[in-house]
Design a protein around this ligand. Structure first.
Ligand code: SF4
Length: 213
């Protein structure tokens, strides 16, 4: 049985998620420390600490290994028009990435948005390229920056606190009580860079520390 999640932000659009950090090898730098964006990660605080939120994410970590998982995911997306991968967590295993690609290929009626830091690892480059080649898929590379640093890539995202990065599309969810409110820019290939305004106490602390460095 596929376990999808629905976050209040996404206008009812469903996600398939894993536990944050445990499945985010791209969250650490070469010294083993969390990169700034992951130090302020929303998915390690608030509701994400509750057992009923953690449970499906832990379940999914094993569930994707089932032979019929791809088929079941395709069926689960039968009536979806938009889908977000990884409201929390990341596609930490190459075999998982290959299965996600199969789901994307078999659901051309769905616009998939997959934010990731797995582009940092060479062995994922080929599967990510295949995903990017699909007309219904946006793989959005997440920047580690919390001060608007933009990374290379077809579609990327960053976090900013003061000035909006040049040519970036500003996520306006903060103007709509934290909800997308009909915006679908993250799923749109023509939107190169999305910039999310930093929010939350934890992120404010991270920005303060980064500013002092
Ligand atoms: S940019 Fe648009 S689609 Fe993306 S998170 Fe913000 S409001 Fe939602």
């Amino acid at each position: 049985m596929i376990k999808l999640s629905k976050t209040s932000k996404l206008d009812g659009i469903m996600s398939w998620s894993l536990q944050a950090l445990d499945t985010c090898p791209g969250s650490k730098d070469s010294t083993g420390n969390l990169v700034p964006a992951c130090q302020g990660c929303y998915a390690t605080t608030g509701n994400y600490r509750f057992a009923n939120v953690k449970k499906p994410r832990e379940f999914n970590r094993e569930d994707w290994k089932r032979d019929s998982w791809v088929n079941d995911m395709v069926l689960a997306l039968d009536s979806s028009r938009y889908f977000r991968w990884f409201d929390s967590g990341d596609m930490y295993d190459l075999r998982l990435a290959e299965r996600i690609l199969m789901v994307m290929v078999r659901t051309p009626w769905v616009k998939h948005w997959l934010p990731t830091r797995m582009h940092k690892f060479d062995k994922f480059k080929s599967v990510i390229r295949d995903m990017q080649g699909l007309p219904n898929v946006v793989v959005r590379f997440s920047s580690d920056s919390v001060t608007g640093g933009v990374i290379e890539g077809l579609n990327t995202s960053t976090i900013f606190s003061d000035a909006l990065p040049v040519n970036a599309f500003e996520c306006k969810a903060y103007q709509h009580e934290g909800k997308c409110n009909g915006c679908r820019a993250c799923y749109d290939k023509s939107v190169s860079v999305i910039a999310y305004k930093a929010h939350g106490v934890k992120m404010a602390k991270v920005i303060k520390i980064v500013a002092m460095q």
